[in-house]
Ligand binder design. Structure first.
Ligand code: CP
Length: 293
């Protein structure tokens, strides 16, 4: 049984196979490979893209999807998450997709070895399918030439599970990563670090902007979002005519993370990332449910 807790669970060969399937699904939708399969989604944190993308992916493959709303589940009556999971597994799903605020929750459930577990975002540690779709979007744009690509990750890196998974995955494919953040948003790292975007702007091919998560900070670092945006928002004035691509995992805080004009600019890949997310998740579901059985 294979799980996807972080991208390290996949070998380079497996990732290449997932990309090959994603390209093929993007070109032409496949027959219902997961017909009569059942997938349960369990999102303990809010989600727009990941939950709907997984559901669309599963349905495009012909699977049935059941969503358990944790706010209305019996975890609210004191049932442990492990017991909830075991009870759901008694209904014989072919996989459970979970998002949770704790870093170790998906891994703990995977260790029970009852059904393939897919991490749809856990704490600040891992969001493997986001990292895969981010890498796939770069792979598509740069026609597979990832080695030596220069990516700056900008924003609240320390609190970002996307940054964390992107960094681990991108490094395996030879991508050079720089981090740009104010000191309190910077994780402990051996990667090149900058406080100002201007210090790295002429050295990068791609900027991965992250959502400013000022609400997560116990001690305010900026007086308000306007002050943060004045230093870290990706704007036309900042990029000028440089051919730098701009990415963001979403949700984007307009004019705080990325300006309106850059979101409408052909250099923005933000919507391409969402579109590719469905094909990557289709390929991940196929890999875990069909190919790894
Ligand atoms: N990228 C991402 O995880 O978005 P959602 O929180 O909307 O799922």
């Amino acid at each position: 049984m294979q799980h996807l807790i972080d991208t390290d669970d996949l070998s380079i060969e497996q990732i290449k196979t997932i990309f090959k399937d994603a390209y093929s699904f993007k070109k032409q939708l496949p027959p219902p490979l997961l017909r009569q399969r059942l997938i349960i989604t369990l999102f303990f944190e809010n989600s727009t893209r990941t939950r709907s993308s997984f559901e669309v992916a599963a349905k495009r493959l012909g699977a049935e999807v059941v969503h358990l709303d944790p706010a209305k589940s019996s975890t609210k009556k004191g049932e442990t998450l492990e017991d909830t999971f075991e009870n759901l597994c008694a209904m014989d799903p072919d996989g459970v997709i979970i998002r949770h605020s704790q870093n170790d929750t998906p891994g703990r459930l995977a260790d029970m070895e009852l059904t393939p577990v897919i991490n749809a975002g856990a704490g600040n540690y891992a969001h493997p399918t986001q990292a895969l779709l981010d890498l796939f979007t770069l792979h598509e744009f740069f026609e597979g030439e990832l080695e030596g690509l220069r990516v700056a990750i900008v924003g609240d890196i320390a609190n970002s599970r996307v940054a964390s998974s992107d960094i681990r995955l991108f490094k395996r494919f030879g991508i050079d990563i720089s981090l740009v953040a104010p000191k309190p948003f910077m994780p402990v790292t051996e990667l090149p670090k900058y406080e100002k975007i201007e210090d790295v702007i002429d050295e990068v091919d791609v900027i991965m902007s992250l959502r400013a998560q000022l609400e997560r900070h116990k001690k305010p670092i900026f007086d308000d979002y306007e002050e943060y945006a004045s230093r870290y928002c990706i704007t036309e004035d900042l990029l000028e005519d440089r051919s730098i691509l701009v990415m963001h995992p979403g949700p984007v805080m307009r004019n705080i993370d990325i300006s309106d004009d850059i979101l409408d600019d052909p250099r923005s890949l933000v919507i391409d990332q969402v579109r590719n997310g469905v094909f990557i998740r289709m390929a991940v579901l196929k890999h875990l449910i069909l190919d790894s059985q």
